[in-house]
Design a protein around this ligand. Structure first.
Ligand code: SAH
Length: 323
């Protein structure tokens, strides 16, 4: 018998070690190169607002194929060469298989297993669809008591548990993302000490609410999350409201969460897409425009996905977060 978070950590480590996750799902940087480009320029403008420090880490957590960082660096080198000249590239990735893919697209990077292992100094960190892969605990309200979900022989087992301290009606599930919370607390503390900002883009509600959001994708289709651990990608919605509060309590300033569609529009994704489309034959141009719509339209990825920035308290509101 294993607690759900232990099961999820083990299953996802096996999944990312063995699979090409992009056979099962696609992500914003794989949909359009403009996504990584505008996030790279977000980092460049934030670096300028820090007073353009002479050395800075540009890091990404969970870089997948390395596409976002490759696109970010291309835009940075072209548009903000002063930033390109002083940054060092750091990728946080546990999967050896994905590290190899990333090395092909971002050869100048240094790899780390954990965010806590990043070297000291001012930091700009990007992460897309990273937090949703981190393990969660699930508590269920049963009358005036609580249970917690464990996994035994591919079925859920509920054991008596303490009150998780979140409101829920009888039968509702409360999810607690301990790993994500610890990581945000560490990062917020570090950013408050040595400067910089982090940008997380992922899916989940802006305000914490009860609900079971655990899901599994196997061969691109929703699947039983407990069957055959390591064969499916397990994710949960990111509890942005609670992570923003964690960042604040640890001494950093959160901005957002705001819907991805609004954030990307403010960062100029539509204009960048137009510029890309004009250089292409009509069929390719249409594909760029369709890709941008997928990222921005509320009923596609524009509303469920959110952006949350965590900044040193002296930094101004970063690009895309001011109304
Ligand atoms: N950001 C990429 C990939 C998202 S998939 C994109 O948008 O396309 C999730 C990524 O996080 C993968 O690279 C996976 O290997 C990595 N990952 C998952 N759990 C991790 C952990 N605990 N520590 C470090 N990386 C992790």
């Amino acid at each position: 018998m294993e607690r759900l978070d232990a099961f999820m950590a083990r299953a996802n480590a096996a999944y990312y070690a063995r699979h090409d996750p992009f056979a099962d799902f696609t992500t914003a940087p794989e949909i359009s190169q403009a996504f990584g480009e505008v996030l790279g320029l977000w980092a460049a403008v934030t670096w300028q607002s820090m007073g353009s420090p002479a050395a800075v880490l540009l890091a990404e957590a969970g870089p997948g194929r390395g596409t976002l960082m490759r696109d970010a660096l291309r835009a940075i080198r072209r548009m903000v060469p002063d930033f390109a000249a002083v940054l060092s590239i750091h990728l946080v990735e546990t999967s050896p298989r994905l590290r190899a893919a990333q090395a092909g697209l971002v050869p100048d990077a240094t790899w780390h297993d954990r965010i806590e292992d990043l070297p000291a100094g001012p930091l700009l960190l990007l992460a897309n669809e990273f937090l949703d892969a981190l393990p969660i605990r699930q508590f269920i309200r049963r009358g005036d008591r609580w249970t917690e979900r464990f996994v035994a022989d591919a079925v859920f087992v509920e054991l008596p548990a303490p009150d998780p301290g979140r409101p829920a009606a009888d039968g509702e599930t409360v999810e607690i993302a301990e790993a994500a919370t610890a990581l945000i607390a560490h990062l917020a503390h570090r950013l408050a000490q040595t400067g910089g900002a982090a940008l997380f883009v992922d899916y989940g509600p802006a305000v914490s609410a009860p609900g079971d959001s655990l899901q599994a994708l196997r061969d691109g289709k929703p699947a039983d999350p407990l069957a055959d651990p390591g064969s499916a990608d397990l994710t949960a919605h990111v509890d942005f409201g609670s992570l923003a509060a964690t960042a604040q309590a640890a001494g950093a300033t959160p901005h957002g969460p705001i819907p991805q569609g609004i954030f990307l529009t403010r960062l100029g994704l539509v204009q960048r897409t137009g510029a890309l489309a004009r250089t292409q034959p009509p069929a390719r141009a249409g594909a760029f425009i369709q890709a941008a719509s997928r990222l921005i339209e509320p009923e596609l990825m524009g509303r469920l996905f959110k952006a949350l920035a965590i900044c040193h308290p002296d930094l101004p509101t970063p690009p895309g977060f001011a109304a």
